[in-house]
Write a protein that binds this ligand. Structure first.
Ligand code: AMP
Length: 283
C-alpha cells in the first residue's frame, strides 16, 4: 500500500487504471470532493469502501460553480495533507485533474438543471451554482463510470440535483446520500469553517440547534409557518444574516405548508461575517 493512492491528473491514464479494475470484475465507488478534506469527506470514503472494492476520490476545486465574487481563489487547498489522509483511508485512486484538463480551451457545454435545482433555496443566492455542479459531476461520472457515487446530505439540494441528473442522463451510477458529520457541538463539518473567527465559531452551532428545535416542534404538531418564523427570529438574534430557513418536501424540495405534506426536510443558509453556512435536518 506504500505507493497508494495513485494520483492521476489526465483522462487517458485514468481510463487505463479504471479499465484494470473493471477487467478484474471489481466495483468502483466515486467520492467527489473539492479537497481540504475533513471527517465529513472520510465518512463518504468509508461508505464507498463498504459498497465497492475500489474507491476513487476526486479532488477538484471546480471554477464553474463559483461566481466571480465568490471564494474560488481563496478556497482552502491542502493537497499534500489530503493525500496523506486518503492513504490512511486506503483509497485506491485520486483523480486530481487541473482546470485545463477538465475545461480545455474551447470547452463549450454547460448543463442547466431544473426541478430541485430551481427550488428557490441555494439557487436563489448562488444562481450559477447548480449549473456548474451538474456539469462537473456529469463529467466525473462519465470519466469514472462508477457503480456508486457518494454525496453528503450536508449539501442536501446538491444531493437531490445530482441524483436527478444521473437519472435524467441514464447514467448507471447509484447516487447515495451520507448523513452529515458534525462537531460535538452540532456544527456541520465544512471546509469553509476555517474562515470562522473564534467568536463566530462559538455562535455557529446555533444554526443546528435552531433546526433541531424547529424539527421537534413540527413533529409535536405545531404549525410549520409559525415554527419557521420563530426559528428565523432566533437565527437573527444569534447574530447571523439569514438567507433562508425553509421547510420542503424531502424529495422534490417543493414548499410545504402542513406536516401532512411530508416527508419534510428543514433547510437553512445564513452568513456569519464573511462565512456562509448551510445545514439541514429531517423532521
Ligand atoms: P466539498 O469538498 O465541500 O465539495 O464536499 C464534497 C462532498 O463531501 C459533498 O458530497 C459534500 O456534501 C460532502 N460533505 C461535506 N461536508 C460534509 C459533512 N459534514 N458530512 C458529510 N458529508 C459532507
Amino acid at each position: 500500500m506504500a505507493n497508494h493512492p495513485k494520483v492521476i491528473r489526465t483522462v487517458p491514464p485514468l481510463r487505463r487504471a479504471l479499465e484494470r479494475y473493471r477487467k478484474a470484475g471489481e466495483r468502483i465507488a466515486l467520492v467527489p470532493t473539492m479537497g481540504a478534506l475533513h471527517r465529513g469527506h472520510l465518512a463518504l470514503v468509508r461508505e464507498a469502501g463498504r459498497r465497492a472494492k475500489r474507491v476513487v476520490v476526486s479532488v477538484f476545486v471546480n471554477p464553474t460553480q463559483f461566481a466571480p465574487h465568490e471564494d474560488f481563489a481563496s478556497y482552502p487547498r491542502s493537497f499534500a495533507t489530503d493525500i496523506k489522509v486518503l492513504r490512511e483511508a486506503e483509497v485506491d485512486l485520486v483523480w486530481a485533474p487541473s482546470v485545463e484538463a477538465m475545461y480545455p480551451d474551447g470547452f463549450a457545454t454547460r448543463l442547466a438543471p431544473e426541478g430541485a435545482a430551481k427550488a428557490g433555496l441555494e439557487d436563489e443566492f448562488r444562481p450559477h451554482f447548480f449549473g456548474g455542479v451538474a456539469t462537473v459531476v456529469a463529467k466525473l461520472f462519465t470519466q469514472v463510470s462508477p457503480d456508486f457515487a457518494l454525496f453528503g446530505q450536508k449539501d442536501y439540494q446538491q444531493l437531490r440535483v445530482v441524483t436527478q441528473m444521473a437519472k435524467d442522463l441514464d447514467l448507471q451510477v447509484k447516487v447515495i446520500g451520507v448523513p452529515t458529520v458534525r462537531e460535538p457541538d452540532g456544527l456541520a463539518l465544512s471546509s469553509r469553517n476555517v474562515y470562522l473567527s473564534a467568536a463566530e465559531r462559538a455562535v455557529a452551532p446555533m444554526l443546528h440547534r435552531v433546526l433541531k428545535g424547529c424539527a421537534t416542534r413540527i413533529r409535536s404538531g405545531e404549525k410549520v409557518d409559525r415554527v419557521l418564523n420563530v426559528g428565523r427570529i432566533e437565527i437573527d438574534l444569534a447574530g447571523f444574516a439569514l438567507d433562508y430557513l425553509e421547510a420542503r418536501h424531502a424529495l422534490t424540495l417543493a414548499p410545504i405548508t402542513s406536516s401532512k405534506d411530508g416527508p419534510i426536510r428543514l433547510l437553512v443558509a445564513a452568513r456569519l461575517g464573511k462565512t456562509r453556512l448551510i445545514d439541514n435536518v429531517g423532521v
